[in-house]
Structure formats: structure tokens, C-alpha cells
Design a protein around this ligand. Structure first.
Ligand SMILES: [Zn+2]
Ligand SMILES: [Zn+2]
Ligand SMILES: [Zn+2]
Length: 774
């Protein structure tokens, strides 16, 4: 009896380009004795046609669904069966039918080195023994290495390294793991690492990794060029070395990320749950914030005062080769970016800008096409909470609920990302840093142009979006782009963008109204004040402000963000006269100012001046509490007072909270008052510990906004509440607000795909811009 034969046409959509998917299909088809072809359809995915024995076709389809390469992601899988026609002689990988097909397929993010390639580095006789650039069709750099699409060697950072005969053979062999791998390379034909001293003079050594390991082990700071940029590496278990690094980088307390050699080593110094373990070990290889164990081998100086440390695993052969020699659980690996400038990616810039910071330089001769910082995320409520969305996630698009139109938006100012959206997909750029210098603004401009090129878009956008803030450099950039292209510019209120980023992630419909709670550092308000503790009712087209934190003057403007005590004095001027404030700050609460008494008196005067700029910022409210609890008098990095408060508030507090939140309706808008509360908190200092005060302070914000939001939600008959803004990086505040509001029956949404901080505003700006022009 002959077995039944048939033909099947399979179309697969998702992340199936540039991840070794077609060679995988080829190998499986050949194994099962099937004939036919697989072809790249660009943006439309891949098409497979096979013919052969029915059982084999069926088991082939099962394997396609089940065992595809780790990095691939199947969104859509369609099969059409038809009678056997005996059309094919063998199985082939066909080139795309037209050029546009290839160009329209977006490249994947960078892929951490795979296990197979890592194993090759351990084989003594292999061409890849200790060779750090080894990669195959399913691993290696992508986004950081591609100049232009279609993605092939000539248009990538491998263009200067022609394949040797061995590599070439493997490249053309469909049964080989490195078949069609654009990044294929080996010790004979590929890039090389070199070690240099601080003067840029090459150090002669047979083994750069051994020598580097010895230098690191002796306490030197080494700049190491990796995949998306240059890191500064140093010992993570030596206080003196870390103090030296802090001094040289002028970062007195900012937490440093560490890289650990393996998951087993991580478990020696950190506690992690299954979700944290999964993302830490995934091919995306982000920095994950993990709870550090007490008295562990990692120095307290790595993240002073914090209960979590940012940890990542090696993601390139460079890191693996180094850890093989250094035999340490972990090393500090912090981005080398000179103040105000983007991370360094060029060798000559490294020598120039890291003078006096790095003692040695471990560099390679391959270009980094796209700078891409490490992603940083925390797991809160079992979901990703991004502090920075970059390497390993960019350029993955986010599906948005408006499926037509083309927009370019520039984001906010600090820790920024821009975005391009076309036909229902939004592409956030890599992390761009703070856009406060001409250099960083130029980097943003380049990033936007790169994404346009990547997406093969030559026409002008339908709309350009930017923040409402008149003096943000990004706003000026948007004005320039709009002017040059003659395209409409939409200026977007900061917190409307934050809240819309949440609605957008959750694909809420275009007219759907939500109540938004934006708790944030600063955003320019419609009335010219600095907003940042807001309750709004919004859809994508417009918003209405329904409630906010009490306005307080910001004596000295931006100086308030650096010196928390300033905001506390400001709040006290609402409830006390000058002499009372002098008394309280002398006898009951320690405040610190760089210029002492004189400065204090000036602040008092400024706070009482009618023209002093006002703020409703939740960040500044938390600053006041940081001052009362004496944990932070000078902010040395973004969010420091709030982060330290969070740690303090996590300590177990037995007593029940006994305060009422004070809400007042002023000109039709609800105002959550804070001045009296802060004064009462100072009075509590006599008989309560600082961690109890921190607990009270954060709960006032939580309880106040839960009441405020439920009040307006009932009034407006809206059940969906979106939470966004930089303050939601605070785990305690997010969890508590989530708990309180869900217990009242509200449906709560928060950011899980983009940062809740300003790095996520580009997504909100995108959907608002598109909603206003389509
Ligand atoms: Zn590999
Ligand atoms: Zn080679
Ligand atoms: Zn913000």
C-alpha cells in the first residue's frame, strides 16, 4: 500500500527574519524528506510550500510550531492543504521575489550569544576557541550592526571582514548552523581585540583577556568595547576600587550595574523569582533589578543604600572570554558616557573622553553602527517595569490601536527615546539619554533618520509631535523637522502623553475615555506651572485636568530638584510664619544647604514671592519627605530621594495609618493638599522613626490619589484608570495604588512595554499625534 501524499502551503508571520528561521525550516524539511521551498516575504513573514508523505508533512508542521529558534516569535500561522502534484525535485531556500520584500522586513534586536556558539569558544581545536566574535544565524548583534537593509554582510559592521574559505563554506551550507549567517566570522578572518594603556599605546600580549583579567584583578578600571557601546569595567567586590571609579566618574552614589558570569553565581548574591530568572537568562539579556542578599560578596558601594542591584549576564563572547579568565562572580559594567554626551562607541573617542577615568582600554576593530545602551528593568506585579528600554528590545515595534498614518515624535527631555510609527506599528528608538546638549540632540536626530531608513520610508510624515515645554531641546528639534518638511507639528502636554502611553500599550480604542493618574517629576502645564501630580480624564485626542497636588512655589526653580530641603521650606511657608519656620528647622528637622543660613533666608523670601514658579509635582512632594526623614539632602542622580524613600518604606511597619487626606475643590478642580501633612510629619519626628515617617509619607500620596481618582471616576462614570509617570518606578507606590484601586472595582492599567518615566512619553505622543490628524 502506498502512503498518502499531499502538498501544504504555510505562511508564517512574526519575528522570522534575521533569526535563522529559514535555515531551520530547510533542515527540518530535508530531515523529513519533504520537497518544496521556503521564501522570505519581507514584512509579510515567510512562505513555505512542501510536498511529500502526509505523516511527514504533519510532523514537519508540528516541529515548525514547537521547536523554532528561540528568538523567533510566531504571531500568525496559516496552512492550506492541497492534493499532491509532484512539483518539486528537492527543497530549496529561495531568494525573495522582489527587493521591496527584503527591505520591508525589520531587523531584530541584538541577540545574546547562544549556547552552541558559547560551547564553540571552549573547544580547543576550533576556529572559535576563545574567539569572542563568534555568531551564528540565530545569535549575535543585529540592530547595533546594520547600516542599511536588506540585512546582509555588505551593509553591516562585518563589511570590512571578508569571509575566509572555511567561513564561506559554512555560510553556503544549509545544514550548518552558520548557514546564511551575516555575522559569520572566525579567528582567521574576523575582528580582533587589542589592549591599550591610558596613552593609547598598544600592549603586547598573547592573550588580551588574561592580561585584562589580571589588570582588573589588580584594581584597575578598564574600558571595554562591546556590542552596543563601551563599558567601564571594575571589581564589584572591592570598596576602594569602586570609590576610585565613583570619584573619577563624578558619580558619588548612583548605582552601578554589574555583570555576573552565570545564573549560579547570581544566586550567590541575589534572590530571584522565576520571572526575574527567565528574563535575566533570555536572549535579550537586560539588566534586571534583583534583591541583594545580606552580607553578600558584592560591595555595598555598588548601589549605596539600595536593596536591589542591577544585574546582567554576559551577552557576547567578549564578556564570556573575560569571565573565563577573571574567575569572579561579578564585575561592575557601567556605560561609559561622559557627562552630557551619549555613550562612547568609537575607539578614538574612548581615548579622548575617558582620559583620567579608564586606566586601560580593551577595544576591537569592528564598528558599532548604532549606539545602544543596556536595557534596565524591574519586575513589579509580575510585569516588566522598564527604567530604560534599549538593547535587546529595540527595534521591536509596539502594535498601536491606530492602524494608519505615519508620525515622528521626539519625546521629552531626560532619559529620552523618540519614535516613528507607521501603519499601526510604533518603533521606539534606542535609549537616547538626556537631550540637553547639542551632541545629544544630534544623536536623537541621527536615530530618527536611521529608523526612517530602516523602515524604508522616503515620504514625509503626516504629523510631528513634541512636548509642550517651550525650552526643551527636543521641542526645537521637532520645530526644525516640521519646518524643513512642511509638516504639521503638534505640541503635547507631558502628562497627557504619559497616560496615553498606557492606554496605547493596552490598545484602548480611539474614543475610549480613561482616568489617568500621572505621578511624575516635572512636565510643563497648560497654565505655565510645573505639573507632576495629576488626575486627568483623557482620550487620545484631548484631556481635561480634574485634580492635582497642591501648588507649591519652587524657590530657585530647578535647584529644588537637587536640594530636597528647598521644597520642604516652600511647603512650610503655607502653614507657618518665617520665625516659626526658623525655629522648626533649627530644632526639629535637619535641613542642609550648600551655603547655610544665608541660603536658607533667600529661599524663605523666594518661596513667599508671588511670581515664583509653582509646581504640583509628586516627585517634589517625595523630596520633602526625604528631607524630613534625613535620608537625602542632595540629589546626585535622577530619582535618588524617591528611591531611597522606597527602600525605607519597605521596612516592616506595625502601626495602622491614622490620617485623613485633605482634598479641597478649588475652581472646580480637586486639590490634594500637602502642606499641613508635611508639617504634621515633622511634629511626628519626636516619637516616630524615620522609616515610619517614610511609610506615612508615601501612603499619603497613595491614599490621596486613590481617593482623588475614585472621586472623579465615579463622577464621570469611568471605570478604567491608567497609572504613569516616573514616580511609578517606585515599586511600593505602584503596588499600593494598584491594590487600593482594584479593591474598589476599577480596572487598572500601567506601563509594561515602555518606561513609565519619560522614556515612554514618545509612545503617548505618537498615539496623540496620529489621533489628531487621521
Ligand atoms: Zn549562535
Ligand atoms: Zn573565517
Ligand atoms: Zn514625565
Amino acid at each position: 500500500m502506498t502512503e498518502k501524499k499531499l502538498e501544504a502551503k504555510i505562511t508564517i508571520n512574526g519575528r522570522v527574519q534575521g533569526v535563522g528561521y529559514r535555515p531551520f525550516v530547510y533542515r527540518e524539511a530535508v530531515k523529513k524528506g519533504l520537497k518544496g521551498y521556503v521564501i522570505n516575504l519581507g514584512d509579510a513573514g515567510v512562505e513555505i510550500v512542501v510536498e511529500g508523505i502526509e505523516n511527514n508533512v504533519v510532523s514537519f508542521i508540528k516541529v515548525l510550531k514547537k521547536d523554532s529558534p528561540a528568538v523567533s516569535e510566531i504571531k500568525d500561522f496559516k496552512i492550506i492543504f492541497s492534493p499532491f502534484k509532484n512539483r518539486f525535485k528537492n527543497f530549496t531556500i529561495e531568494k525573495s521575489r522582489n527587493k521591496d520584500d527584503i527591505a520591508s522586513g525589520i531587523i531584530p534586536p541584538d541577540i545574546g550569544i547562544c549556547e552552541e556558539c558559547a560551547k564553540d569558544m571552549d573547544k580547543e581545536r576550533s576556529r572559535w576557541f576563545n574567539y569572542p566574535f563568534t555568531a551564528c544565524a540565530s545569535c549575535g548583534p543585529r540592530f547595533t550592526g546594520v547600516y542599511q537593509l536588506p540585512y546582509d554582510r555588505e551593509r553591516s559592521h562585518m563589511k570590512d571582514f571578508p569571509m575566509c574559505e572555511h567561513c564561506e563554506k559554512e555560510y553556503y551550507d544549509p545544514m550548518d548552523r552558520r548557514f546564511d549567517a551575516q555575522g559569520i566570522t572566525c579567528s582567521i578572518c574576523g575582528p580582533q581585540m587589542s589592549l591599550y594603556d591610558a596613552q593609547g599605546i598598544k600592549i603586547q600580549t598573547n592573550d588580551v583577556f588574561s592580561t585584562t583579567a589580571n589588570l582588573l584583578g589588580s584594581g584597575y578600571i578598564v574600558a571595554i568595547k562591546g556590542i552596543g557601546g563601551i563599558h567601564l569595567a571594575a571589581l564589584a567586590d572591592d570598596d576602594e576600587v569602586i570609590i576610585k571609579l565613583r570619584k573619577r566618574k563624578n558619580r558619588p552614589r548612583q548605582p552601578f550595574a554589574i555583570m555576573s558570569s552565570s545564573l549560579e553565581e547570581v544566586k550567590k548574591f541575589a534572590n530571584l523569582n522565576k520571572i526575574e530568572e527567565k528574563i535575566l537568562t533570555s536572549w535579550r539579556r537586560p539588566i534586571v533589578l534583583l534583591r541583594r542578599k545580606k552580607n553578600c560578596l558584592i560591595s555595598d558601594m555598588v548601589a549605596p543604600g539600595l536593596d536591589k542591584i542591577g544585574v546582567m549576564l554576559p551577552y557576547s563572547g567578549i564578556h564570556l572570554a573575560l569571565f573565563k579568565k577573571i574567575k569572579k562572580s561579578a564585575l561592575i559594567m557601567t556605560s561609559a558616557n561622559p557627562s552630557g554626551l551619549p555613550m562612547i562607541i568609537k575607539n578614538d573617542h574612548a581615548f579622548q573622553h575617558l582620559k583620567g577615568i579608564a586606566d586601560f582600554f580593551l577595544l576591537h576593530n569592528r564598528e558599532i553602527v548604532n549606539r545602544c545602551d543596556d536595557t534596565v528593568l524591574n519586575i513589579i506585579l509580575n510585569k516588566y517595569s522598564f527604567l530604560r528600554r534599549s538593547r535587546g528590545f529595540v527595534p521591536d515595534p509596539i502594535d498601536i490601536p491606530i492602524e494608519k498614518g505615519f508620525s515622528i515624535v521626539v519625546g521629552a527631555e531626560l532619559r529620552n527615546s523618540a519614535a516613528i510609527a507607521i501603519n499601526g506599528r510604533c518603533f521606539l528608538t534606542q535609549y537616547l539619554g538626556d537631550i540637553t546638549t547639542l551632541e545629544s540632540r544630534e544623536f536623537e536626530n541621527e536615530a530618527i533618520n536611521y529608523f526612517k531608513k530602516l523602515l524604508n520610508i522616503t515620504r514625509n510624515p503626516d504629523v510631528i509631535g513634541c512636548d509642550l515645554h517651550p525650552s526643551y531641546m527636543t521641542s526645537h528639534l521637532a520645530e526644525n523637522i516640521s519646518h524643513n518638511m512642511g509638516v504639521k507639528l503638534i505640541k503635547i502636554q507631558h502628562h497627557h502623553a504619559h497616560i496615553s502611553s498606557v492606554s496605547c500599550e493596552n490598545k484602548l480604542g480611539i474614543d475610549e475615555e480613561v482616568i489617568g493618574i500621572a505621578l511624575d517629576g516635572a512636565g510643563y502645564g497648560l497654565d505655565g506651572a510645573i505639573w507632576g501630580g495629576e488626575v486627568i480624564k483623557s482620550n487620545y485626542k484631548s484631556f481635561e485636568r480634574l485634580g492635582h497636588l497642591e501648588y507649591l512655589p519652587m524657590p530657585g526653580g530647578d535647584l529644588c530638584t537637587y536640594y530636597p530641603s528647598r521644597m520642604l521650606i516652600s511647603a512650610l511657608t503655607n502653614v507657618l510664619d518665617d520665625d516659626e519656620i526658623r525655629d522648626i528647622t533649627k530644632n526639629h528637622v535637619k535641613l542642609k544647604f550648600p551655603y547655610g543660613e544665608k541660603e536658607f533666608e533667600i529661599i524663605l523670601k523666594q518661596a513667599r514671592k508671588i511670581e515664583t514658579i509653582k509646581t504640583s509635582s509628586a516627585g517634589r512632594f517625595l523630596d520633602s519627605i526625604a528631607a524630613i526623614t534625613n535620608i537625602c539632602h542632595e540629589r546626585t542622580y535622577e530619582g535618588e530621594p524617591a528611591i531611597l524613600l522606597e527602600v525605607l518604606a519597605k521596612k516592616k511597619v506595625k502601626e495602622k495609618l491614622d490620617f485623613e487626606v485633605e482634598i479641597e475643590k478649588i475652581n472646580g478642580i480637586y486639590v490634594l493638599k500637602t502642606s499641613n501633612f508635611l508639617y504634621n510629619l515633622i511634629k511626628m519626628k519626636n516619637n516616630k522613626n524615620n522609616h515610619v515617617l517614610a511609610y506615612y509619607g508615601q501612603n499619603y500620596l497613595v491614599k490621596g490619589f486613590a481617593e482623588l481618582a475614585s472621586l472623579v471616576a465615579y463622577e464621570k462614570g469611568i471605570n478604567k484608570i491608567c497609572l504613569s509617570g516616573g514616580v511609578f518606578a517606585n515599586e511600593y507606590i505602584l503596588k499600593e495604588l494598584y491594590r487600593l484601586l482594584t479593591s474598589q472595582g476599577f480596572k487598572i492599567f500601567f506601563n509594561t512595554m515602555v518606561p513609565s518615566g519619560d522614556g515612554g512619553t514618545a509612545l503617548g505622543q505618537t498615539i496623540i499625534s496620529l489621533a489628531n490628524v487621521i
